[in-house]
Design a protein around this ligand. Structure first.
Ligand code: AMP
Length: 399
């Protein structure tokens, strides 16, 4: 079975074609600047590449570009779209409506539409992506939606209710939803495979640290708390997002600078975080390099990241009542030995001990704690696309 996994943003479309026999990625790529001008890049794992700047007016034209790259020329991997059995879409916000992945129907599309207010940029783009797929692949091709917040739906109310007047939860469904759920689910599932047991009776923290970052506290395989909130903004410092800040600091800045709500959103999401503190970049590699070259604000940004990750880990250890394993994942979690080392040293009072040699690992799965460590620490590269493809297969096989 071949499954196309897609992630549609308002002006972008990322895709991977996965052969579920052996779970092998056959091709992947990216359409950017949709509706602006257009840029396309496609690759195959054996190193074939294609790239162009054809105009992409909308997501339908972007999918036509994907079709061309998959079925023609240098990067051809299939003869026709008929070979694709199903499509799996990443959807950021499922609200409290969707606790699991589902087959796309008109009713499901209406549900996703009803949540646009909660994730205006994301959900509207996802719907465009679903409609464009239906145009390009036909109405008969099964499409499945996998929600970023679904894995967090097991949180108890004390973790997801914000202490603002309760009527806002009742009227507008304002609450913590959490995101990166597909990644947290993939990593925790992988840990249970490594252990060869279910996560029943286990306490696990998954640290997804990338451009966007979140921690989750997982007890008995179920999320009991996570750092992101109603949008993927709460929690700790990220590439260009501020994470949790005293809310009155935000209204104060808003008043002083005369910012509209949209400009405030832009400030918190695009101009803050590592970028806002360092003034250098939102990219961890650039910030690490600048700090190594003596840039004090870049060093401060790294210090805040290390401090806040440590602080949330401590909070989640308390929430869980202990911890058996900590798993680092995503771009920074998988590739920054220095951050992992620093955070784990800060937590050495828990009996955590890191093997410095093992911790040199980048982007590979490995236990990085010593045999004496009281808590096992792992690097587990995430694979959200594979998780989406697995959910899609499971649903489509039942049709
Ligand atoms: P993600 O959002 O998961 O793709 O992660 C992107 C982040 O991972 C960016 O901040 C990158 O700088 C960071 N990253 C990727 N590779 C490395 C590396 N080798 N060392 C440090 N950070 C890295």
């Amino acid at each position: 079975m071949k499954i196309l996994v897609v992630n549609c943003g308002s002006s972008s479309l990322k895709y991977q074609l996965i052969d579920m026999d052996g779970e092998k990625m056959l091709a992947k790529g990216l359409c950017e600047r949709i509706g602006v001008d257009g840029h396309f890049e496609g690759k195959t794992p054996d190193g074939r590449k294609t790239e162009n700047n054809n105009i992409l007016n909308n997501h339908t034209e972007a999918f036509m570009e994907v079709k061309k790259a998959l079925t023609e020329g240098e990067t051809k991997v299939i003869d026709s779209l008929d070979e694709i059995d199903a499509i799996g879409h990443r959807i950021v916000q499922g609200g409290a409506l969707f606790n699991d992945s589902v087959l796309v129907t008109e009713e499901v599309k209406k549900g996703i539409e009803s949540l646009i207010d909660l994730a205006p940029l994301h959900n509207a783009a996802h719907l465009q992506g679903i409609n464009a797929c239906q145009e390009v692949f036909g109405m008969d091709k099964p499409e499945v939606v996998v929600f970023d917040n679904a894995f967090h739906s097991t949180m108890p109310p004390k973790a997801f209710i914000f202490p603002v007047p309760y009527e806002y939860y009742e009227k507008y469904k304002v609450r913590r939803y959490g995101f990166h759920g597909t990644s947290h689910r993939y990593v925790s599932k992988r840990l249970s495979e490594i252990w060869g047991t279910s996560l029943e009776g286990k306490k696990v923290i998954v640290a997804h640290i990338g451009n966007g970052s979140s921690l989750s506290a997982i007890k008995d395989g179920k999320v009991i708390d996570t750092t992101m909130g109603i949008t993927p903004l709460d929690g700790f410092i990220m590439g260009s997002r501020c994470g949790g800040v005293d809310p009155s600091a935000i209204t104060y800045i808003q008043a002083k600078e005369g910012l509209t709500p949209a400009e405030t959103d832009q400030m918190m999401n695009k101009k803050s975080g590592l970028l806002g503190i360092s003034g250098v970049s939102s990219d961890m590699r650039d910030v690490e390099k600048a700090a190594a070259d003596g840039n004090e604000r870049a060093q401060l940004a790294l210090d805040i990241l290390e401090y806040q990750v440590t602080k949330y880990m401590g909070a989640f250890v308390a929430a869980l009542g202990g911890v058996d394993a900590i798993c680092f994942t995503a771009g920074v979690g998988e590739n920054s030995p220095s951050l992992r080392q620093a955070v784990c040293e800060n937590l050495s009072f828990l009996g955590i001990e890191i093997d410095a040699d093992r911790n040199r690992i980048r982007g590979e799965e490995l236990k990085i704690s010593t045999e004496n460590s009281k808590v096992e620490v792992y690097v587990i590269p995430t694979n959200e696309e594979l998780m989406i493809a697995r959910d899609t297969r499971e649903i489509v096989e039942k049709l």
